[in-house]
Design a protein around this ligand. Structure first.
Ligand SMILES: [Zn+2]
Length: 193
């Protein structure tokens, strides 16, 4: 059973031992497989307020007491969903590069949306989304904010040539630099901003 109540999810989770974390991680991976279309899940989404989450984009990854220890200044825009809010898809901003430490991983883990491999961006955004859950933060708090209205005119969003954007066409989506995306916009792709 996945919790769908936003208020219930706005609770900070507490640390666990590695042993307890591994048990919770196994349950989470099981739930994630059952969900069919999910790529990540945090313990509080199944009613366990402990700092464990899983991500399954390229390979199943369990994170026990994870912490983001480094993050880039650069951000990217991503179209995000959540198993707790099955019918919602929103555009969020996430850090382009992060370094994560977790008690069950000896080495630091790096995630980056810099490459043009869509799964790298998915994994990078998903890890940030799940760690947020453990702090009681849902994706709605990361929603891309439009620029304020200036003199009654809605100021257009200025996008840098090297800024990462998400473009979609039907069910396909790609993350790439704006300068590369521009040419594809004439080809039926739309910018997710
Ligand atoms: Zn979620």
């Amino acid at each position: 059973m996945i919790i769908k109540d936003r208020q219930e999810l706005e609770v900070k989770c507490s640390p666990v031992t590695i042993k307890e974390g591994e048990e919770i991680g196994a349950r989470l991976l099981h739930e994630l497989r059952e969900s069919k279309n999910g790529i990540g899940l945090a313990a509080n989404q199944i009613g366990i307020n402990k700092r464990v989450c899983v991500v399954n984009v390229k390979e199943p990854l369990v994170l026990i007491n994870p912490k983001i220890v480094k993050k880039s200044k650069e951000q990217f825009v991503f179209a995000e969903g959540c198993l707790s809010f099955p019918n919602k898809k929103i555009k969020t901003t996430r850090y382009q590069d992060i370094v994560v430490e977790a008690d069950n991983h000896k080495k630091q883990l790096s995630f980056s949306a810099k490459s043009e491999e869509i799964n790298d961006a998915f994994e990078c955004a998903c890890v940030q989304h799940e760690i947020d859950h453990l702090d009681g933060i849902t994706m709605f708090e990361r929603e891309l904010k439009r620029k304020p209205v200036v003199n009654g005119i809605n100021a257009p969003q200025k996008i840098g040539r090297n800024e990462k954007v998400t473009i979609t066409k039907g069910t396909e989506s790609k993350v790439l630099k704006y300068k590369k995306a521009q040419g594809m916009l004439e080809d039926g792709w739309t910018l997710s901003i």
